[in-house]
Design a protein around this ligand. Structure first.
Ligand code: ASP
Length: 323
């Protein structure tokens, strides 16, 4: 039988909130919620103390990512399931994906959660957990990298976003396809996963800021985060990757100080380098900014954390070029 490690971090999938019943189930308690014959694998449980996911620190996200990697590479697990709050599941999923390196080729890494508490009518948690264990044990996921499994759908970490704060089908990979589905205990995976990112180098940097831009924005917001210790900055721009002109000279300064500035967009964008954009767009590239290669802003932040392990601005630029 396949061996799967379950890393449990609490949050809605583990919460009971009824009168006099407020409690957080441990990983072992969660396993008891699925029928005894449901697990498609031998499951070993580790409980990881964690903040609610909307407040999860980069340190906790990195800890989960490292444990998922070592479980496969060092401890011989066939797969890992992480139960996680849904708010930032995509952040941890992509960070884990970027740090998995060779573990992604040898085993499956599946993040799951729930939109309804454990004691809600028709809670989605037990079903999501059973499907995720089945997915983590299925060799079909080897090489796919970290995935999110919710509502029996499998989403690539690079593409997935929580798009609905109330529905059990809270996640979407649009405009990309969902990778596959869990049907019974089997994975059906008709879509081709995104290409694998470069293997990580060095230790990731956790102090990376993410700032949403708006026309006429004061550049002091950029220098403030750097003064507070940020080693890199992601800017959420507009359209193809545009940021206000008021920021350009500060972006140039930060680049000169070896603080990489990555520009993502609040829109879906293609993986076009900023330098290749039509005249008059993507101006930040002319003053040293690095394009986010179509990544959503939170994914670009995870990528910059990992890229900074490789070195300063030039190493980050090269690393993003391979994403
Ligand atoms: N409170 C949760 C979170 O922080 C919501 C959830 O667990 O799904 O993500």
């Amino acid at each position: 039988m396949k061996r799967v490690l379950l890393l449990a971090t609490g949050d809605t999938i583990a919460h009971s909130s009824g009168p006099g019943r407020a409690a957080v189930a441990s990983g072992a308690g969660l396993l008891e919620t699925i029928p005894a014959d449901a697990p498609a694998a031998d499951v070993v449980v580790e409980d990881v103390m964690a903040e609610p996911s909307w407040d999860m620190s980069p340190a906790t996200m990195l800890r989960l990512a490292r444990r998922a990697r070592s479980a496969i590479l060092d401890d011989g697990f066939d797969g890992v399931v992480v139960t996680h709050g849904t708010d930032t599941m995509e952040d941890t999923a992509f960070l884990t994906d970027l740090l998995a390196g060779p573990a992604a080729r040898r085993g499956a890494i599946v993040l799951t959660g729930a939109m309804r508490a454990l004691d809600d009518l028709s809670s989605d948690g037990p079903r999501n957990l059973a499907s995720s264990i089945a997915a983590a044990a299925d060799p079909a996921l080897r090489g796919a990298g970290a995935v999110v499994c919710v509502n029996d759908e499998l989403h690539a970490a690079r593409w997935v976003t929580k798009v609905d704060a109330a529905s059990v089908s809270a996640f979407s990979s649009a405009p990309h396809p969902i990778l596959g589905r869990v049907i019974g205990r089997r994975v059906e995976m008709p879509a081709v996963p995104p290409s694998r990112p470069p293997d990580p180098e060095g230790e990731p940097e956790s102090h990376v800021a993410l700032i949403k831009t708006y026309p006429d924005m004061d550049p002091v917001l950029l220098t403030a985060v750097v003064d507070a210790g940020a080693r890199g900055v992601v800017l959420e721009g507009t359209g193809l990757g545009n940021v206000p002109v008021t920021l350009l000279s500060t972006i140039a300064e930060l680049s000169d100080w070896d603080i990489p500035v990555v520009v993502a967009s609040r829109c879906r964008t293609r993986e076009v380098p900023l330098d290749d954009l039509p005249l008059g767009t993507g101006l930040a590239a002319r003053v040293g900014a690095i394009g986010a290669r179509g990544l959503a802003p939170v994914k670009a932040r995870a990528a910059l954390m990992v890229a900074l392990g490789a070195g300063g601005r030039d190493a980050v630029r090269d690393w993003f070029g391979m994403l």
